[in-house]
Design a protein around this ligand. Sequence first.
Ligand code: SF4
Length: 359
Amino acid sequence: MCGVYVHIPFCQSRCRYCDFFSTTQLESRSAYVDTVLKEWQARSSEIDGGIRTIYIGGGTPSMLDVADVQRLVDAIATPETVEITMEANPGDLTLDKLQALHDAGVNRLSIGIQTFRNPLLRRIGRRHTARQARLAVKWAQQAGFNNISIDLMFGLPRQTLVQWEMDVRAALRLGVQHISCYCLSYEQGTPLTKMVEKGEITPTSERLQNRMYNFLCKVLKRQGWDHYEVSNFALPGYRSQHNGSYWNHTPYIGLGAGAHSFDGKVRSWNPCDLKAYMTGIQTNTLQRESETLTQEQHHIEQVMLQLRTVEGINESLVSNRMDKVNDYIHRGLLRRQGTQLIATQEGLNILNRIIEDLI
Ligand code: SF4
């Protein structure tokens, strides 16, 4: 069984740190959903068996009309579908809309909160407020959602450790089941990166980033959360099943502009261009680029993805790097459990460096 990702590339405005593919041209939203459904019609035969998970991501999927979400769910879900996630911006949600989304079959929400401090939200260009974030979660719970994830960000410009600690405690008070947490990264060409280049803001030091991350891990662990991937924490039984399939190299189909697909050997992707995607699908002329993973690429991806998880990697994957592995174990950055190698809390702070060394 496989998963389906649907990319909804519409945003009301662009956040200052974002380099994802999205557009603020909102008028074609419904026609875009028509196009995604046409793509699905043409590609659903690529799948043997049912669809286990559906993830509607973006962009900002909560900018779609509920009727369009309903059309996607009705067309793609099968009796085997256990998880239907939709990403949402707090400012787009009302109790009525959440009830309608729940009725449409969405059973997991991923709400982009980022921080509970309004000045920080404004600094990074998010359009919602902390009050809207709290209300969105409360209304989602009232609407019957019992599998809610929130996104938080740390390392924001001029964010202090104390402010971050307050954000983590505020998140825990919401009663959600899943938290994804990312350190702000400065991608080339984004407005925030330009502000750094002009000297208007200074990126958070690595030392402070590590203290923020370690605080989060420590508090959530103490409260019984399952830290199952470097950036993801779940209450027992609430891991993201869809994302889990990416880390295990399970096949998935990506629908929509810019979406990637993987069939176990070949990775392919649609153009990051709304017009090219829509015209291509409507005229049956879409050119999807693709690459066949070599054994070496497959191996590298396995190390990169699985070392980020709490299960770690089988040591056979890095048997030609055992001198480095032993050094990391000796320094307390990796630990061995049977034949698995797992990053320790200290190791997670420098995970990218460890991965680079082992591939
Ligand atoms: S809402 Fe998400 S996709 Fe849209 S601009 Fe902001 S971060 Fe990027």
